[in-house]
Design a protein around this ligand. Structure first.
Ligand SMILES: *Cc1c(COP(=O)(O)O)cnc(C)c1O
Length: 345
């Protein structure tokens, strides 16, 4: 009872996947990279497979191996980083589908695993992963003759619907892929919300499944409660925490909670985040330290045993804004020290 508690609502993840699926007429995959955005890739993938997801995406082959172990045969597991040196056995033995990003990767794949499934990733302007015009022009005919499962690209600014980059990348993707007879994919969560022009044959939502922006209608997925280790009464003028960063302007009651930046509660939240006791807000005061956080509970009607940081009152995006970051980083930073529980699924 001394560590923080995280509850992951698998039914909410399923509901978010279904809601995103309903927004397009095409197939909806699920992105479960980075351990399912920090929430447990195996559990998340199992719940989504039960709900009907048949295609999964991970960042690297090792993550794909974990998903194959959790789900067994019968689902397609796609790897964004493609076929890297050293991946051949894993890709071959576990039937992973690499999204090949370069002519080098295409050669490696065709030579080491002839006939094995693969997709193609194209760069349409983000300049991160995928083949560019020239490379694709040189290899397209040879690659397409081997029947890729998918040709995909990724949007750089899909969380800003009015950004001109969206239309630009859509146009480049059309120019690079129109007329080919292979399924195409361009949209992650943000791209789904941009509308049907961006949907093509398969969508690849990640953050929206886990309750994060830009899918603002998502159901919250994570509840985080931190136990109170100690409560103390301090006088006006006394200080709290490292660097004396907070000073009481009135006689105050301060709760010390068992979690800190080692648990992914970013130091940038110092003096900015808010905890909740039911509906009552309680400000985080002073600096977040490695294992402890201090909270002003002066205005609460009773002494709490625990306070809530993530839940119905406050989503990952609210907390991210307080810390000057994005929901993705809050979720994937959550450390290993919490007691984790899932419900539903
Ligand atoms: C992470 C990622 C996704 C999922 O993006 P979200 O914004 O989390 O929905 C889709 N495609 C690629 C290539 C990615 O890297």
């Amino acid at each position: 009872m001394s560590t923080g508690h995280i509850t992951i609502d698998l039914d909410a993840i399923i509901a978010n996947w279904r809601a995103l699926d309903k927004m397009s007429k095409t197939e909806t995959a699920a992105v479960v990279k980075a351990n399912g955005y920090g929430l447990g890739a195996g559990r998340v993938a199992k719940a989504l497979a039960k709900a009907g997801a048949r295609k999964f995406f991970v960042a690297v082959a090792e993550e794909g191996a974990a998903i194959r172990q959790a789900l067994g045969e019968g689902v397609q597991i796609n790897v964004f980083s493609g076929h890297m040196r050293g991946d051949t056995d894993m890709i071959g033995d576990l039937g992973l589908t690499p999204m090949l990003n370069s002519i080098d990767q295409i050669s490696r794949h065709f030579e080491s695993l002839p006939g094995a499934p693969f997709g193609i990733q194209l760069d349409t302007g983000m300049n991160r992963l995928g083949m560019e015009w020239d490379e694709w022009g040189a290899i397209a005919e040879i690659a397409l003759a081997q029947h890729p499962t998918l040709v995909m690209s990724h949007l750089a600014c899909a969380d800003e619907p009015d950004h001109p980059m969206n239309a630009f990348q859509l146009d480049v993707f059309h120019q690079m892929t129109d007329g080919i007879s292979v399924p195409r994919s361009l949209a992650a969560t943000g791209g789904i919300l941009l509308g049907k022009d961006f949907h093509f044959d398969l969508t690849r939502p990640g953050i929206g499944l886990y309750g994060g922006a830009p899918f603002t209608k998502a159901k919250p997925v994570v509840q985080m409660d931190l136990p109170v280790v100690q409560i103390r009464h301090i006088s006006e003028g006394e200080v709290v925490g490292y660097g004396n960063a907070w000073q009481a302007e009135r006689p105050s009651k301060v709760a010390t909670l068992a979690a800190g930046y080692a648990d992914g509660l970013l130091r940038a939240m110092s003096d900015k985040a808010t905890f909740y006791y039911g509906a009552d807000p309680c400000p985080l005061i002073g600096r977040v330290s490695m294992d402890l956080i201090t909270v002003d509970i002066t205005d609460l009607p009773e002494e709490p045993h625990a306070l809530t940081l993530l839940g119905k009152q406050q989503t990952v995006d609210h907390l991210a804004t307080a810390a000057g970051t994005i929901g993705y980083e809050i979720l994937t930073s959550l450390g290993a020290r919490y007691t984790r529980r899932t419900k539903g699924g």
